[in-house]
Design a protein. Structure first.
Length: 123
């Protein structure tokens, strides 16, 4: 079990990482607007952030987006399964399916609810 201190520390680290990522995106956007090349942008970001710098691929990706007139610094919304499938609704759905038929397999439940077998096993 994670103690409260460790949890607070993890949240602070997560916020710091998000802040560093956004700082680098701002720097990337600034370089695009001032006419710097992608290679120059990579060098500047690496110099400023050292080992915490975003990868070259990420710099190129964001550089291209800002060059194409993107203004937003946030990630695009992603489609697909949510990051966690353990919700009250899914717990209730699994319970109902098992109440109806105790011989139902994990695979059948996973297919009907569109969640992973291991998630169901953990419910």
């Amino acid at each position: 079990m994670v103690c409260e201190y460790e949890l607070v520390l993890q949240v602070k680290i997560f916020c710091l990482v998000i802040s560093v990522m956004e700082d680098q995106r701002v720097a990337n956007k600034f370089c695009v607007k001032t006419g710097k090349s992608a290679v120059e942008t990579i060098k500047l970001i690496n110099k400023a952030h050292g080992s915490a710098a975003m990868s070259c691929a990420d710099v190129y990706w964001w550089y291209a987006r800002f060059r194409d007139r993107r203004e937003d610094l946030k990630d695009d919304a992603r489609s697909g399964r949510p990051s966690t499938a353990r919700t009250d609704e899914n717990v209730e759905s699994v319970h109902c399916l098992l109440t109806e038929d105790r011989c139902t397999t994990l695979q059948v439940i996973a297919n009907r609810l569109n969640i992973g077998k291991e998630t169901i096993r953990g419910l």
